[in-house]
Design a protein around this ligand. Sequence first.
Ligand SMILES: [Zn+2]
Length: 829
Amino acid sequence: MKGIKANHYKIHLAPDLKQFMFEGRVEVYLEASEPTEAVSLNALDLAIWNCQVLVGRELQSCPFAFDPKKEALTLFLPEHMQGEIALSVAYTGKINNKMAGFYRSRYLVEGKERFMAVTQFEESDARRAFPCMDHPAAKATFDVEMVIDADKSAISNMPIEEEKSLDKGGKWLKFQRTPRMSTYLLFFGVGDFEFMEDPGAVLIRAAAAPGMVHQAQFSLAFCRKALAFAEEYYGVRYPLPKLDLVAIADFAAGAMENWGAMTFRENLLLHDPETTSRAGEERICEVLAHELAHQWFGDLVTPADWKYLWLNESFATYFGYRIVDQYYPEWDVWEQFLQGQTATALERDGLCENFPIEIPGGEHVVINVSTAPIIYNKGGSILRQVEGYVGSDHFRKGLSRYLKTHAYDCATSHDFWEALGAVSSKPVAGMMENWIGQPGFPLVEVRREGETLILSQQRFTYLPRPSDQAWLIPVSVRLFYENGTSKVIETLMAKSTLTLELEKGVRAYKLNDDQRGFYRVKYADKKNLQALEKLVREKTLGPVDRWSLQNDLYALVKKGDADLDIYLAFLAHYVNEEAFLPLISIAVNLHHAYVVSGSGRKNEIASFGADLWGNVLDRIGREPGEGERHTTAVLRDQLLWHAVLYGSEEAAGFARLGFSSLLEGRKVHPDIMRSLMQAGAFLGGAEAFQWLTEHFQASQSEHERMNILAALGCFKQNAVLEQVQAFILDKVPDRNKSLAVGALAENVHAIPCLWEWYLSNQTRFEAFHPVHYERVLAAVIPYGGLGKEDEVKTFFNDSMKKSDKAKDVIKLSLERLEIHSRMRKALNG
Ligand SMILES: [Zn+2]
């Protein structure tokens, strides 16, 4: 509200974990710069009993009105008031099962159902727990008090300041006052938590459901190190006295950066040596580092509006890798960043249905399936690009300056590049505005005429779309000379074309050295391509460049600019490839071609894949090896499954044995547990289904359950697939249903019945958490729609006329369907 700001909240809560209700009272201390007769607060799904305002020393009841559509509670003051205004609102609310606001999370202890009550407020769900000015820029301080059962414990952002038993039973507790912060970062949780502490200048503590917390040792130790790194790198101390890591079973997202009380899905915090793979271990570190970075980027310095959300997520994404790399350099996490973040971003950003990193709009722009790859993955990749451009030292100084200047306050995009510009002498503002403010990215086409390289740029989209966009591209070119040497030249491409004069003796050139730049490259002259092929085969080019060459080429296949045969022929030069990055990317691309192609080409792609992965597995071994490279372990779990899928007899034989071990109750190595389960489902049938589903329900490990969810997507028989569909809807917990649907959408046997399944259960899917519903659409439409394009298009065009729900995701999924259809036609032609 204009002219009114909230300075302080005092929140009093009495949650009842049996009835799933809570009683609440909030005192809001406001400041009005002009005389006002009404105050509006955000509120949602709360029953408001009473509103009062302090007049003189007396609390007076005041009339109020609640508008559920606007999620607004308006209090009418008894007179025009200015300056300090103190309000009090009494209400009750539900501890809901929506994984939003103040909600309940279910878990089992010795087979018995139990619940904890926790909060998830980002972006706009604090209003479900207490009436407030629910906007990131409306920063205030908070006192939280709770009345809970005597045998329960409570967690909030700050440590407990005072606690006492109540005569009527239960206990009252009060947490220390928070610093100035945004409502979406507040947290409170009540339950039978068990704790593990790591004392230090900042107390770090893990909390989990009974019997689980011993698995948090690994996370606690890494968090201590990550905290030390962050304080040193940012030059700003962590400002709170404690930091809690809370494991929550039912969680819509992966984790949340509540200030001083970060929350996680169980598999992203708890490490179980029997079921946590090395990929899972790495993911724990990455997510922890991500949330830790948010304690500064987001919590200390907050976006002034949701449209600047990238200032949170791009930095957290970047530091999710930067911090892990510091302590586990042998994990090669930057290579995994390129595949996991940059490749995902390039794919998403190549769609016409698109928007810039700084999303126009504001209020209702949220993190969803459409926006996340742009804000997180592209944003993180652009930070890597700008770090490459200004240098690591300037990058670090710029970030530190940004954090110090805006601590406990809010910032906009402009504030970031102002800080970066101030410490470096480069034109950062122009470049950042250019990349943050416009959608998409360029395709740089390059050809050589004599001793001149001619570069041109245009926006890359898979479907034809005229565009006169241009980017300020930090271009790097690695030149390979006849005498065997090489060097990199760097320049800025500011216009649509650029020419570079070469010295004598250049035999080949490779653009976008080490993929620092967020763009794709098309090589127009054959001679250079042939020379590059040789450099790939000899491994003169590094793994990152070997990765980008084939990945850009596959993007051109999807774009319709190159034939799949050209891509497959290019892959022949990777016959002795051993590096993680190119291999994992080839696996993803080949699988995409396999899924999308019609039956005519499938066998050919499968036999190509079976040979390729069979050979790689011969070299790296099918069994996990003692002391092997981290990325080898991650790669094997993927390739083993694909080799079985494509018909490799050796791989199938190995997997059969491994899966029977599981059936017989023996342990298998966690690094191949997922692929063995996937292969077991694929090669098996009803018996495998029964074992997997029984095990799913009995398992105490979310790591194991995630493996089983992936495996459930891999059956071949229609009868079993129907059982899988029913199991997903009836038995898989809400938090994981959409993941299982995603697994089905990767299975060529499950795809043909995906659309009918969606249609007959549409209302159930629509009732999923909004982001999970979007994930279902993003899985079903582009794959399940193949062969049924007209029907699917008409269906959603009609539905979009009636409702805006998931509109962006529907549009981009229909676009992917169109790309797939075109590919299928081209592949079979
Ligand atoms: Zn984040």
